[in-house]
Write a protein that binds this ligand. Structure first.
Ligand SMILES: Cc1cc2nc3c(=O)[nH]c(=O)nc-3n(C[C@H](O)[C@H](O)[C@H](O)COP(=O)(O)OP(=O)(O)OC[C@H]3O[C@@H](n4cnc5c(N)ncnc54)[C@H](O)[C@@H]3O)c2cc1C
Length: 411
């Protein structure tokens, strides 16, 4: 079996597959480069299958640096523009995939199947004669006398002139990424920043959300550290047995994780479209027209029926009171609460449930025009392993395609 290559790509996720295709299509003095793609799983792109609820939200029409977090914004912008969302869409269309656009610029394969993307990439890898080695767990990477030496778990040693590390971060390790790449990067002279689970649900100290498990509302959520708002989002809010979920809630995780040594509170405004004054007028109207009704029943006209008893209990207002007997003070208490329901955040859910990793290999020691290491010549990084994480909506896969393509250029 051939064990000497021009390029070894380590990790067969989206970044690795894109890097391998790009490298294999490069000409080196008019001859093709020999490329090996090493993947620990028994198939490539396992995580892609889980993306977009199995539909693969592969990019976003509005991808640009402000949708990304972590390292230097100019660095991120350079990488994105080297192979942007439009080139990405063109790339997949040229692979024969028909794409469609949904709300907020999210792009999916028209088949609604992530497998379509994996099949097309596999086909291209085959056409490009990339040597794909599945079930190949990389244990160690070192560089001796000009070449890299890659040692697999079974003792096999592979030599290559260049290496692209695309082993992902620590999120959703059930799909293969267990953070191995950080260790190799550090051994090859790189710094890594603190890593946190991002795009992941939040656990609350209070356990009343579990009584509402499954209830989905729309609104604004913001997280405070003392008086300071540190993250703010509009969108769905899903109550769960541990706290809160849904994309707009999960979006807070990566942003607030560095502050977890402080007391953090998430506030829910579930009447975003009404000011306190308007909500109060609405309640006055409801109470006037239903004077004989019990409060819990009157509120069911404006709140989901399982929410009103919980709200009234938390506010210590008797649910059986007749609406005609409600004091102004109690009414205003309800208004204030519905506009700002506070919940103390205990922690995020673990890495295993996270869609991405916040933090990773620091960008400082990487060339922003090539993604080559400034510490070890011939070493490149791409994808989630880098200290870059995107918003939900196709931005993370776009980062994988852009950075995979740039690194695979091997400049
Ligand atoms: C449930 C879920 C839904 C998501 N939905 C979306 C979405 O709709 N849109 C979007 O843009 N993003 C989405 N993401 C995020 C997106 O999947 C990631 O950003 C992307 O997969 C990162 O690509 P990557 O190639 O850098 O890493 P990964 O996809 O993690 O790939 C890394 C690969 O390296 C391999 N590997 C790791 N260690 C070794 C080793 N020691 N030896 C050999 N191989 C190794 C792994 O097995 C894996 O195949 C989602 C993520 C999850 C978990």
């Amino acid at each position: 079996m051939q064990n000497i290559f021009d390029v070894a790509i380590i990790g067969g996720g989206p970044a690795g597959m894109m890097a391998a295709i790009t490298a294999a299509e490069k000409k080196n003095n008019s001859s093709e480069l020999s490329v090996v793609l090493l993947e620990k799983n028994d198939s490539l792109g396992k995580k892609i299958l889980a993306t977009g609820n199995g539909r693969c939200n592969l990019t976003n029409r509005f991808a640009e640096k402000s949708r990304y977090h972590g390292g230097d914004q100019q660095f991120i912008s350079n990488v994105l523009s080297s192979f942007d969302q439009f080139k990405t869409m063109q790339f997949f269309e040229e692979l024969g995939i028909v794409l469609k656009e949904e709300d907020n610029g999210r792009i999916f394969p028209r088949t609604n199947q992530a497998q379509t993307i994996i099949d097309a990439l596999n086909h291209r890898l085959q056409e490009d004669k990339v040597n794909v080695r599945l079930n190949s767990i990389v244990k160690r990477i070192s560089k001796n006398s000009g070449n890299f030496e890659i040692t697999l778990n079974d003792g096999t040693v592979i030599n290559s002139k260049k290496v692209v590390i695309t082993a992902g971060g620590k999120s959703s390790s059930q799909f293969g990424s267990t953070g191995d790449g950080y260790y190799w990067a550090e051994n090859l002279g790189h710094k890594t920043t603190e890593t946190y689970p991002a795009l992941v649900p939040l656990e609350t100290v209070e356990d009343w959300p579990k009584e509402l498990s499954g209830l989905r509302l729309e609104g604004r959520t913001f997280v405070t550290d003392g008086d300071k708002i540190i993250s703010e989002k509009n969108g769905d809010i899903l109550f769960t047995h541990f706290g809160l979920s849904a994309p707009s809630v999960m979006a807070h995780a990566g942003r607030i994780a560095p502050f977890f040594n402080h007391k953090l509170t998430i506030h829910l405004d579930i009447f975003l479209d009404l000011s306190e004054k308007d909500l109060d007028s609405t309640l006055i109207k409801i109470f006037e027209s239903s004077g004989k009704k019990e409060l819990k029943n009157a509120l069911s006209g404006i709140l989901p029926n399982n929410l009103s008893p919980v709200v009234l209990r938390l506010l210590e207002i008797r649910a059986e009171k007749k609406t005609a007997e409600i004091s102004k003070e109690d009414r205003l208490k309800i208004v204030k609460f519905l506009k700002d329901i506070p919940l103390e955040i205990k922690q995020t859910r673990p890495f295993k449930e996270a869609q991405v990793t916040s933090g990773g290999v620091a960008l400082d020691d990487i060339n922003e025009k090539t993604l080559e290491s400034k510490k070890t010549k011939g070493l490149y990084f791409a994808g989630e392993i880098l200290d870059v994480d995107g918003d939900s909506g196709g931005f993370n896969l776009q980062w994988a395609w852009s950075s995979g393509h740039l690194a695979g250029n091997l400049q």
